[in-house]
Design a protein around this ligand. Structure first.
Ligand SMILES: Cc1cc2nc3c(=O)[nH]c(=O)nc-3n(C[C@H](O)[C@H](O)[C@H](O)COP(=O)(O)OP(=O)(O)OC[C@H]3O[C@@H](n4cnc5c(N)ncnc54)[C@H](O)[C@@H]3O)c2cc1C
Length: 426
């Protein structure tokens, strides 16, 4: 779909901060004394903490995040491709503290929804009126036989950015020219549907320029993937003979690993790549599981109008950990949901009417530093949940486009990133 409307829409969401895109009004007549504890300071949690404080200025907002610094997964693939430095995707929490949010660096080990209380590893007990939980993802322990924390040190997943990103980058740098890189891509649903394929593009970009005899094979647990037509057209143009994709139907699904021997096993074959990037099947972050917020699927069900948990009154689950209807698990979705949860809490705390929610997401991917593609959508909610509901808002990048269109989308991708991290952390 290649309409002026779509391009203008993509430009708008790329250039304008996500803050404005959701459009919730600030609730200025705040009643004091709502105590809100937010667990997890990533895309969902940082947003929810900031916007709760904005909407209800005299609420006490406490953000509990186990790490002192946050590395964004968005643009971590560009670190793997050598186009960005790890320090450029690292953020601290000083901006949120300056807004009057109490930032506690500790790990939440218990959430008691009945008593409305959390406990931390460091021995703190915090009571709340409302709690927002945004712990991200964990890996299903049974997903790939032999893949555990020790294996992840040899075959990094790099699906949580930071240390794991650098481990994979160092392995790529150390690999000899002519080596094979394998990415084991997970089944649905998972964090960032286009992520493995953008990663393949970025690593191929590095190989093409630094190790041109090398190859990259995507071993997939699926038979199709996000923005497939756009990615494959980009790969044909830029990475012919470098990237190969093997679907699940073509024995692409990795079932087991032997990390000590460097082996990946599928149903019929055994592979020994020079570098293995293994991304297992996923579920909600372990806190959500331990707190009893998840369904047997491993994900949390919420009221998609407010993001309040279906299992715990006063507890809101946002971001990758929840199932949000038609919305993908992305940082932009988590950011959008953080604003809705904050507005729901503000309405409850002040007795105001919550506004009718509208949600937004754009996933940009860089095939090369100058070749961007995207999928965008504005969502609304009906009785069934969140649906793709706004005609002509969003869509895919055009399948045929001149270079300047791809270049412009790459610029918008970088601009989107600058805006969203400013929205999260300042
Ligand atoms: C390679 C890659 C590329 C991506 N690119 C994009 C992109 O271009 N655009 C996009 O929109 N999305 C992208 N994503 C997806 C995006 O990173 C996630 O969807 C987003 O981070 C989800 O936000 P979240 O708040 O649910 O989880 P997170 O951002 O992971 O935040 C969870 C936080 O909770 C903390 N935490 C967990 N448990 C506890 C606990 N018990 N106590 C205290 N703290 C805790 C963690 O330390 C973490 O900081 C990408 C993902 C990957 C892997």
């Amino acid at each position: 779909m290649a309409t002026i409307n779509r391009r203008d829409f993509v430009k708008a969401v790329g250039l304008v901060s996500a803050a404005g895109a959701v459009g919730f009004p600030m609730i200025s007549r705040a009643k004091p004394a709502a105590r809100v504890v937010v667990v997890g300071g990533g895309f969902g949690g940082a947003t929810a903490a900031k916007y709760t404080k904005l909407y209800v200025p005299d609420a006490e907002v406490v953000l509990v995040e186990k790490d002192t610094e946050y590395y964004t997964c968005p643009f971590s693939n560009e670190v793997l491709g050598g186009e960005r430095n790890i320090d450029q995707i690292r953020f601290g929490y000083g901006g949120l503290a300056a807004r009057g949010i109490e930032v506690v660096h500790d790990e939440v080990v218990e959430l008691d929804a009945e008593k409305k209380r959390i406990k931390t590893k460091g021995g703190k007990t915090l009571d709340f009126d409302f709690c927002v939980v945004s712990p991200g993802i964990s890996f299903r322990p049974d997903a790939i036989e032999g893949y555990d924390e020790a294996a992840a040190q040899k075959m990094p997943h790099a699906w949580k950015a930071g240390e794991q990103t650098m481990l994979l980058r160092k392995q790529l740098e150390a690999m000899e020219d002519g080596g094979v890189v394998m990415i084991a891509a997970p089944p649905n649903p998972f964090r960032c549907p286009p992520g493995p394929y953008e990663r393949a593009s970025q690593i191929a970009h590095y190989l093409k320029h630094h190790k041109p005899k090398s190859k990259l094979i995507i071993m997939d647990a699926k038979n199709k993937f996000s923005k497939q037509g756009l990615f494959t057209a980009g790969w044909d143009e830029y990475y012919e003979g470098i990237i190969e994709w093997r679907s699940a139907a073509n024995d692409g699904k990795v079932l087991a690993v032997d990390a000590d021997k460097g082996l990946l096993m599928t149903e019929f074959e055994e592979h020994r790549p020079a570098v293995a990037n293994v991304v297992p099947a996923q579920q909600a972050g372990s806190l959500a599981i331990n707190a009893g917020l998840t369904e047997p699927s491993g994900w949390c069900l919420v009221d998609q109008r407010t993001f309040e948990s279906r299992k715990a009154e006063g507890v809101f689950v946002i971001g990758d950990a929840c199932m949000a209807g038609a919305m993908p698990k992305s940082g932009y979705s988590a950011n959008s949901q953080g604003k809705i949860a904050a507005a729901s809490i503000a309405a409850r705390a002040t007795g105001a009417q919550a506004p009718e929610p509208s949600y937004i997401n754009t996933c940009y991917s860089l095939v090369t530093p100058e070749y961007g593609i995207s999928v965008s959508m504005v969502y609304r909610v009906n009785q069934e949940g969140i649906i793709q509901g706004v005609p002509n808002a969003g869509g895919l990048s055009p399948s045929e486009a001149p270079d300047w269109v791809r270049r412009r989308e790459a610029e918008w991708a970088r601009s989107w990133y600058d805006n969203i991290v400013a929205d999260l952390f300042t």
